[in-house]
Design a protein around this ligand. Structure first.
Ligand code: SAM
Ligand code: SF4
Length: 328
């Protein structure tokens, strides 16, 4: 399915829940949160119906996210339902890993192929400051469980935040020298207009600075050409290192021109661009007896309405939805 700018849209990121067991400073405030009431969350069967319609119009890649997707009691069932659809090539998940010791094995058995694990620092005190709930020990146990379950290579998402973890980027990148991990450094994005958005603006660190810091300490990074033109990460290797160091720079080097994504929120709306509030309600169609053709028609409209790119440079971002409500 192509949008009006000729971009091939074949990747659906599905947020399955807006709750989280952590409270990262740039994502979720400690107070004043309100969550989607349970009856408004799409059920596993409804998510499957959307995925089925998406496959019918050419979507091939699916990622489950949140909030924290592993908090859904039926997360293994959701993975199994999507992975079983004919035509699905890739089912992945983005998670903070805290619950993986219990879930990594069943998720892999259900058909999960890949996993991105969010950890901003391997320093236990600073992790408490930036991710606030949960411990490094829990996350490290989750990473080990993912590796054991065969969810490899492990991709680490590290959101670089000035004064919180910008001094730890060398330590995180070093893991790509020592093992086959992909360590990916993400620029902060301001979503939702609240305190997390303000912090994302004031503590922003450009990828160029992160990269310079890493190269000064660990040596030159050699570019790795990407096989996938829609890969949002600019990838590098250290000479002789088994892993990858990636930089995701939506603010300083936007990649909207190669965007291949559509997003589905946990309350059943297609969210057209991460950094924009425009949405189309598909739950209404699902809950009023709409079949595959009707769901696919809403998806086609959503693809047709995708904006050309974000407008962060004009100071425009989401006001309604925060990151934990969309899923990154
Ligand atoms: N809870 C899971 C996790 O943290 O991986 C999945 C949902 S979380 C919203 C998805 C990703 O968004 C995380 O990996 C985190 O790196 C990223 N993220 C959250 N807030 C962000 C922000 N303000 N700017 C950039 N990335 C952000
Ligand atoms: Fe939770 Fe992920 Fe947001 Fe952190 S980034 S608060 S782990 S949803």
């Amino acid at each position: 399915m192509k949008d009006r700018f000729g971009r091939q849209i074949d990747y659906l990121r599905i947020s399955v829940i807006d709750h989280c067991n952590l409270r990262c400073v740039y994502c979720m405030p400690l107070r004043g949160l309100s969550f989607i009431p349970s009856p408004e969350l799409l059920t596993a069967a409804e998510i499957e119906r959307v995925a089925e319609a998406a496959v019918a119009v050419g979507f091939r890649k699916f990622r489950l996210t949140g909030g924290e997707p592993t908090l859904r009691p039926d997360i293994v069932e959701i993975v199994a339902r999507i992975a079983a659809l004919e035509g699905v090539e890739d089912v992945a998940m983005t998670t903070n890993a805290v619950l993986l010791p219990r879930l990594a094995q069943p998720l892999a058995a259900a058909g999960l192929g890949r996993i991105n694990i969010h950890v901003d620092t391997f320093n236990p005190e600073r992790l408490k400051k930036i991710m606030r709930f949960g411990t490094l020990e829990e996350i490290e146990r989750g990473i080990a469980a993912a590796e054991e379950a065969g969810l490899r290579p492990i991709k680490i998402n590290c959101v670089v935040t000035r004064d919180y973890n910008d001094g730890d980027v060398v330590d995180v990148a070093r893991r790509a020298l020592e093992r086959d991990w992909h360590t990916r450094f993400i620029e902060l994005m301001p979503l939702g207009g609240g305190e997390a958005a303000h912090l994302s603006l004031s503590q922003f660190v450009p990828s160029r600075e992160t990269r310079e810091r890493i190269e000064a300490a660990l040596g030159p990074l050699v570019p790795v050409p990407s096989a996938n033109p829609a890969d949002e990460s600019r990838n590098y290797r250290f000479e002789g290192g088994p892993g990858i160091v990636g930089f995701i720079s939506p603010v300083s080097e936007p990649y909207c021109g190669t965007c291949n994504r559509m997003r589905l929120t946990a309350d059943g709306r297609f969210h057209l661009c991460l950094l924009n509030d425009d949405e189309l309600d598909v739950k209404k169609v699902l809950r009023s007896g709409g079949g595959r053709a009707e769901v696919a028609a809403v998806l086609a409209r959503a693809v047709g309405l995708k904006p050309t790119g974000h407008r962060l440079e004009e100071g425009i971002s989401t006001e309604e939805r925060s990151m934990f409500q969309i899923g990154g």
